[in-house]
Design a protein around this ligand. Sequence first.
Ligand SMILES: [Fe+2]
Length: 288
Amino acid sequence: MAVEPAVYGSSDRPPRGNYARAGDDYTCAQDYAAYSAQDHDTYRRLYERQAVLLPGRACQAFIAALPALGARDRIPRFEDINARLAPATGWRIVGVPGLIPEVPFFTLLANRRFPVTDWIRTPQEFDYVVEPDVFHDLFGHVPLLFDPVFADHMQAYGQGGLKAHRLGACELLSRLYWYTIEFGLVRESGGLRAYGAGILSSPGELQHAVASPAPQRLALDVERAMRTRYRIDAFQETYFVIDSFQALFDQTAPDFTPLYERVRQLPELPAGPPRATSQAQPSGAAAG
Ligand SMILES: [Fe+2]
């Protein structure tokens, strides 16, 4: 049965991806035969560009697990990654045609299934692609699924997401996802390092997040993260820092029900640090 694509935000063009290929759970087989030589070359070039930037910027667990993705000169086969990932942490990756709605997304995570978009950006989108593609999803997210504590955290997030959906609190939880799983920093012995997939899959954001003096970097405060708007069209102006994946797991383990109630009563916080002079939001900028 065909399923409807997920739509996030407003856009004049239809969501990307062929949803006719997806089953009721929104998953689909990786259409490996559909990849062109150009697609594989795009993956190879993205991987090469990002790999040289990782030392000193990516967290140790990510660097240690990255080789487990296998092929770097072409798009890996999901089944080959699963042959290593499933024995390691019980997680499996599953193909999806693109962004999927909240409930199927959380249901997959709660069952230790990570949805990976199977198409890759065009060469014209080499530096920026609007929706997450196979490079972002694989390179950014999958290595840390080999880490036992992070793997448990991702499953707990899925379970928490299903609960947030019942409580009408998905928007608040999505901010926490944004500031941790997508754009989180961790303090390691060598200094600040990235563990968020949105940072790890972007050359510009990787350098900005770890080294730029411009953004504010705050110790992770779950309530504050849920109140803080975020940028979807520019580098982040705020990053939240954890001390370890265990600390992240412990901080996000409590029942969020009373927290959601409290945050709903509090004003939102801006995406960036307070400015000395008031500044209008540039036209066209968006914050979630
Ligand atoms: Fe992502």
